[in-house]
Design a protein around this ligand. Sequence first.
Ligand SMILES: [Zn+2]
Ligand SMILES: [Zn+2]
Length: 101
Amino acid sequence: MCVLCDEAITNPICLDCLGKSMEQWAEAIKPTIVKGLAEKAWLFKSYTHEGTKCVVCGNNINICAHCFCKEVYEWLQEEHSETTESFLVCFNYEIRSPCKF
Ligand SMILES: [Zn+2]
Ligand SMILES: [Zn+2]
């Protein structure tokens, strides 16, 4: 279960793995936002302890990709709105398979 939205975590990808994909995306589209993204991921990591295991690296997770993407998306909308279209194409809130760069 996700500690933020109480939904079952159906795409168990931890914030480390998701964050890395987002950083790659940011580097490709707007390198100046990479630092801000990393800070967001760091903030969210403080929530993680026991939980489901990440399908990629095996880390414990208890925040769903949806909540993390939503948070990042809202931040982008406020401060870097020109990047949101590309973000949605790549991450699309549900994270089936993040884009590769
Ligand atoms: Zn959630
Ligand atoms: Zn992981």
